[in-house]
Design a protein around this ligand. Structure first.
Ligand SMILES: [Zn+2]
Length: 254
């Protein structure tokens, strides 16, 4: 994705690039219908500023987010952008802050409430090997039982324990938390998980699904890399979606 540098910008080049990428990501989510009114968050760590993160302004729809309206916050959710008039949903940042804090590789974190992912999070057995995309994730998802709205810090210990060495946590009866080494990496994982859940929902609504055999899942996961595009994980796919967003509106770049 080509970034445009702002003239006389108050942002570093790295921050402006991160802002544009994240704003574009919010627009992709809105375009795909993965938004939840003014709720849910996608957050990224600012690589050139220790302990600084970007989050969506609380009250703004994903389809309205722009590079400069994103709010820079510290790990506790305090605003570092004094002149940004928007509020931060500090409660919503609690689980993001926890994972950003304890996992150095969690550069980008996505949490949604889409119907398909929430439905699978509320199903006994969770995601099942009933389709191609679901097979990507078998053995790679962690689950955490519902304890009410995730705003209490004392739940953190259990969230981290249940996540273990996985990087996707299915919050039961709630929704997924997807972490990535980069924003495009988190995006492509999220996209495949969303598709896996949508198709499981459709399959199970028709009758008894065919479960893929464990041996076949192993072969599938072993050979998946052959279908991947060389370069940064999810980058080509992300850029293609940004071009689609640009056909709707390019205001996210500002
Ligand atoms: Zn939530």
């Amino acid at each position: 994705m080509a970034t445009q540098l702002k003239r006389n910008s108050k942002y570093s080049e790295a921050e402006w690039t991160a802002r544009q990428e994240l704003a574009a990501c919010y627009r992709i989510f809105a375009m795909m219908g993965w938004d939840e009114m003014i709720f849910n968050h996608i957050t990224v760590k600012l690589e050139d500023q220790e302990g600084a993160f970007l989050i969506n302004p609380y009250g703004m729809h994903f389809s309205e987010v722009t590079a400069s309206s994103l709010i820079k916050i510290d790990i506790d959710g305090n605003k570092l952008d004094e002149d940004n008039p928007w509020h931060v949903n500090k409660a919503g940042f609690v689980q993001h802050s926890l994972f950003h804090r304890v996992l150095p590789d969690a550069h980008a974190i996505i949490h949604t409430h889409t119907t398909a992912t929430m439905a699978v999070c509320g199903l006994e057995g969770g995601l099942q090997p009933t389709n191609f995309y679901a097979c990507n994730f078998m053995g790679q998802l962690a689950y955490h039982d519902f304890e009410g709205v995730t705003v209490r810090e004392e739940e953190g210990e259990r969230l981290v324990e249940h996540l273990g060495n996985k990087r996707i946590l299915m919050l039961r009866n709630h929704g997924p938390v997807v972490m990535g080494k980069s924003l495009s990496d988190a995006f492509i994982k999220y996209w495949a998980l969303q598709r896996a859940c949508e198709i499981q929902l459709a399959t199970m609504s028709m009758g008894k699904p065919i479960l893929v055999d464990e041996e076949v899942i192993k072969v599938h996961q072993r050979d998946l890399y052959m279908a991947a595009i060389p370069g940064q994980s999810g980058k080509a796919e992300f850029d293609a979606m940004v071009r689609k967003v640009d056909k709707i509106d390019t205001s996210w770049r500002d």
